[in-house]
Design a protein around this ligand. Structure first.
Ligand code: SF4
Ligand code: SF4
Length: 342
């Protein structure tokens, strides 16, 4: 059955706290505020954000774009693409760890609910491994019921910019909109109950091509092999600040990987392992062995934030912003009614 151990290699990430976890929580809060509040704000009598697909209109902070404004759509797509290229080249997969809806929703809603209903990692793991029992079944049903409610809430919020927040939340949207809400709810429910980290590992297109967007100077979550190895249990390694094999960085990882094995495609750069190792090594009066770094830094080279790749991306971004701003300023909106001649 779903979520029970033998059905797949299930990941049971342990809870963690620390500097980056706190930073991520604040980021998630801001993103939730944007998601839930933006569709309710009106500017000049129109929603701040409304993507009216049937009428082919986009309402964006007081501006109305129609299908004759495709140049803006093109510029917006270029802007988003080059922002992604630029940010990935400099900061790596910062999007995955801090802003991707998959990460944001799992961390904000799903893991706390799971912790609340099923307990911590060891309890969840032990209960799942024991197989069917009354205790297991009622907790799974309770958890999935809450997950379903969360999925519906998030689907409503995500559909609000398309259907209009007021219409959707007050039951005045059309059947197509509510059918889409049901589909999105089902997709999130499936993801929360079952798919989870497999989405990043097997489905996400960004994860596939991000290796082409990064280089040796890109920031990533890395293990300090020079200081950490040879890893060993015992007081000698602890005194020298080497890795003491506590595996705390492994058990907190939501992707189920060991950062000490080097850069891996599955790593979403959530920095949970940094917080875990910071706590462990901090207790031994040593700096963390897992940190934000780069391959070049690890090899003793200087890291250039401004290198040909990032300069080109930044220049293109500035160009797109300049052209877009100029076009918006010079844009003269007009409304016309065409009547058929008698
Ligand atoms: S948390 Fe730090 S000390 Fe513990 S296993 Fe990971 S790298 Fe080694
Ligand atoms: S290795 Fe560290 S940064 Fe990467 S996914 Fe796991 S916990 Fe997050």
């Amino acid at each position: 059955m779903l979520g029970f151990s033998r059905t797949r290699e299930w990941v049971y990430p342990q809870s963690v706290s620390g500097r980056f976890t706190t930073l991520r929580r604040w980021t998630f809060l801001v993103l939730h505020l944007v998601l839930f509040i933006t569709p309710w704000i009106t500017v000049n009598g129109h929603p701040a954000l409304l993507i009216d697909v049937p009428d082919r209109r986009l309402y964006l902070v007081g501006q109305i774009f129609t299908d004759s404004d495709t140049i803006f759509l093109l510029l917006a797509l270029w802007f988003l693409a080059f922002t992604l290229f630029f940010v990935t080249a400099v900061l790596g997969r910062i999007w995955c760890g801090y802003a991707c809806p998959q990460t944001v929703f799992l961390e904000t809603w799903i893991r706390p609910v799971e912790l609340w209903i099923e307990g911590d990692r060891s309890r969840r793991k032990r209960r799942d491994a024991m197989g069917l029992s009354l205790d297991l079944v009622w907790r799974k049903i309770a958890k999935w019921t809450v997950f379903l409610a969360i999925s519906l809430l998030l689907a409503m919020a995500l559909m609000s910019p398309f259907a209009g927040a007021r219409e959707l939340w007050t039951g005045h949207a059309g059947p197509v909109e509510y059918t889409l809400v049901a589909i999105v709810t089902a997709a999130w429910f499936w993801d929360f109950t079952w798919f989870r980290e497999q989405f990043c590992n097997y489905l996400c297109p960004y994860a596939r091509f991000q290796s082409a967007l990064t280089d040796d100077e890109t920031l990533l979550v890395a293990y300090d092999e020079a200081r950490g190895e040879p890893r060993a249990y015992g007081p000698e390694a602890a005194a020298e600040g080497r890795c003491i094999e506590c595996k705390k960085c492994v058990v907190v990882c939501p992707q189920g990987i060991d950062i000490r094995d080097g850069f891996q495609l599955e790593c979403i750069q959530c920095a949970r392992c940094i917080d875990a190792c910071t706590e462990v090594m901090g207790n031994l009066d040593h700096p963390t062995l897992v940190h934000y770094g780069s391959i070049a830094e690890g090899e003793g080279h200087k890291v250039r934030r401004w290198r040909p790749r990032t300069v080109v991306y930044a220049a293109l971004l500035l160009g797109i912003v300049a052209v877009g701003t100029g076009l918006v300023i010079r844009r003269v909106p007009f409304e016309a009614t065409v009547n058929r001649a008698p």
